[in-house]
Design a protein around this ligand. Structure first.
Ligand code: FAD
Length: 311
């Protein structure tokens, strides 16, 4: 039986479990509120914005670490043949479903980078694209920007027995976070199966050197890779495919011009008709504009600026 069969027409199902993990990041409080038990606040969000640029060839693979004028860290990190500057670290109390890199974030970050590296002459037109996220830090009334301490909250105290939530678990320690949570669950319920060996190996796409690349800007991802991902990686749409299943979305052009070709290729596996292809391409372009300020009138207007040259 598939999930949609189980959910039925109403799109709802009742699932019973002795232990429930609320791992919804910045949405943890929202999910708790859906349970209606009046759980206390667990999350404080700080907004982080980054800016992708192209630096001169001799900078490739090199990084700079420093601090901004508020003594928070400010870095420039290599990303393939590009670099990104960031982050911002501002308290976020806006709509958690509408997090975007705003002009004020971008201008503030550019100002801080120019303060740290006055010779760079960084301008808005140098930004290829921007992105924003909100960190799910632990709520602590004594710390306005939240606590970076990773915590497992036992929500029994909040009227939700058997429910645990984790806050402030960064990506870099995700393995230990997984072990800590597994231990917390194992202390409550016995495992039903035997222990399995975990493989952390990355899986690569099958050999595909005869397949042309999706985009001449970034030759690593081939059309065959898109078809493979579409067939085997539970792709839900073009945004999902280009940003999460292959990384062509995270290149200098964000695959803006390659979107239609990618949708047509995915359609061969996913059975999309022409109307769905058009819808996916439009949705992709709207997403690039909203989330990354890329497209007509956005930050990236076709110039391939090299930051630090010709200033
Ligand atoms: C700008 C920025 C820079 C960062 N830099 C770093 C870094 O350099 N190193 C590092 O280690 N960490 C970094 N982090 C932190 C890191 O990204 C987060 O701490 C981490 O992603 C938190 O993981 P999580 O699984 O708890 O939450 P998330 O990754 O947010 O996952 C929560 C998931 O729950 C889903 N969800 C929400 N509501 C529901 C629902 N009702 N039903 C089903 N699913 C739901 C969401 O869609 C989401 O996929 C950074 C964060 C930001 C914003």
């Amino acid at each position: 039986m598939t999930l949609s069969d189980a959910l039925g027409e109403a799109g709802e199902a009742v699932v019973r479990a002795r232990t429930v993990l609320n791992m919804a990041g910045i949405w943890i409080d929202k999910v708790n509120a859906m349970a209606g038990a009046g759980a206390g606040r667990k999350i404080t969000g700080t907004k982080g914005v980054h800016l992708m640029v192209r630096l001169p060839e001799e900078c490739r693979g090199r990084a700079v670490m420093g601090t901004n004028r508020e003594n928070e860290h400010l870095y420039c990190l290599p990303w393939n043949d590009l670099h990104y500057f960031g982050p911002t670290e501002t308290l976020y109390e806006g709509d958690i479903d509408g997090i975007r890199p705003l002009d004020e974030d971008i201008d503030w970050l550019i100002g801080e980078v120019n303060h740290l590296m006055p010779g760079l002459g960084f301008r808005r037109g140098d930004v290829l694209f921007a992105w924003a996220g909100v960190r799910p830090l632990t709520y602590d009334p004594a710390l306005p920007k939240g606590a970076r301490r990773r915590e497992i909250h036992d929500l029994a105290k909040d009227g939700m027995p058997g429910v645990l939530a984790m806050t402030a678990g960064p990506i870099m320690t995700h393995r230990s976070a997984g072990r800590e949570l597994t231990d917390a669950v194992a202390a409550r319920i016995k495992p039903s199966g035997s222990a399995q060996a975990i493989s952390y190996d990355a899986r690569s796409f099958p050999e595909n050197q005869n397949s042309p690349p999706l985009s001449d800007d970034y030759k690593e991802i081939k059309l065959a890779d898109l078809r493979h991902a579409a067939a085997h990686e539970h792709v839900t749409g073009l945004i999902d495919l280009l940003h999460r299943r292959v990384n062509t979305g995270w290149t200098a052009t964000m695959a803006h011009t390659a979107a239609r070709k990618a949708a047509e290729e995915a359609a061969k596996e996913l059975g999309w008709d022409q109307a769905r292809i058009d819808q996916e391409v439009k949705r992709y372009h709207d997403y690039l504009m909203q989330q990354h300020r890329v497209g007509e009138g956005g930050l990236y207007d076709g110039r391939r600026a090299v930051l630090g040259e010709g200033n």
